[in-house]
Design a protein around this ligand. Structure first.
Ligand code: OAD
Ligand code: ZN
Length: 240
């Protein structure tokens, strides 16, 4: 795949940038995405498994579903796309990876400055008082030692606000970046999907990398449509 000259120049001259990543970057590692024909939400009801009302009506079911996903994700490793982002981060003075993923694979690939917008599946917090509880091995949700509330995975569910500090940092990057990569996300979930649009409004150069065109493709400056695990290494190679 030919990388456009302007994209290479923009990368070389960038002082500050970010990548917004979604489930597609972990797909080559063997972790299913959410939408699309083999997506998680195809035969599972997100309102029962990833919402406050789902947890309140059947906490065991929700906890066990997350346990299964934790077991599955634990076996997976970062792929060439994750490692390429670690390389890109080294090329740009100030570069964040803002992820909607909860799988910890960016960190495992050695990327720093990872901003987790939707939490981390290996962490837990009290559903009542919010106290952090780290990793827990239990077949059923246990009670918080501080308040007696039930402990749940520290991920963002439908209808819940995003963690405030992370979101604030993300807005800052969106408004002040020379280069932005939108990688493996359908760009359908807000507010994450607004970040690249804000960047465009602020003069950032936005490059989309996805298996297929998305709802934001018509707005971005440049787009590469193929497997992330192939496109990102090519991008790194063409800049180095
Ligand atoms: P989606 O499942 O909505 O989209 C995955 C995207 O990755 C699609 O646009 C695919 O075309 C693309 N893709 C898949 N495999 C790829 C590959 N090998 N190379 C390149 N692109 C590939 O996932 P997200 O956009 O991450 O939220 O979904 C956003 C949020 O919706 C998730 O964080 C989750 C979900 O509900 C919460 O759980 C809060
Ligand atoms: Zn508590």
């Amino acid at each position: 795949m030919d990388i456009k000259k302007e994209t290479i120049e923009r990368m070389k001259n960038a002082k500050r940038g970010f990548a917004l990543t979604g489930a597609g970057i972990s797909a080559p590692s063997g972790i299913p995405t959410f939408r699309g024909k083999d997506g998680l939400w195809k035969d599972k009801d997100p309102r029962k498994l990833a919402s406050q009302s789902g947890f309140r009506s059947d906490p065991d079911n929700v906890w066990q579903w997350y346990n299964e996903r934790r077991e599955m994700i634990k076996e997976k490793e970062p792929n060439r796309a994750h490692y390429s982002l670690t390389e890109i981060q080294k090329m740009i003075d100030n570069f964040a990876v803002i992820t909607q993923n909860v799988d910890n694979l960016h960190q495992e690939a050695g990327t720093d400055n990872v901003i987790e917008l939707h939490g981390n599946i290996f962490k837990n917090k009290c559903n009542n008082c919010g106290k952090s509880h780290g990793e827990l091995k239990s077949d059923n949700p246990v009670e918080c030692d501080k308040c007696g509330g039930l402990i749940r995975p520290d991920v963002v569910w439908f209808g819940e606000p995003l963690p405030e500090d992370e979101l604030n940092k993300a807005w800052e990057y969106a408004k002040n970046s020379d280069i932005v990569f939108v990688i493996g996300t359908s760009a359908m979930v807000q507010p994450a999907a607004s970040l690249p649009i804000i960047s465009i409004e602020h003069g950032g150069y936005v490059v989309e990398i996805n298996a297929e065109r998305t709802v934001i493709s018509e707005y971005v400056n440049d787009g590469y449509y193929g497997d992330v695990a192939e496109v990102l290494p090519e991008l790194v190679e063409s800049v180095s």
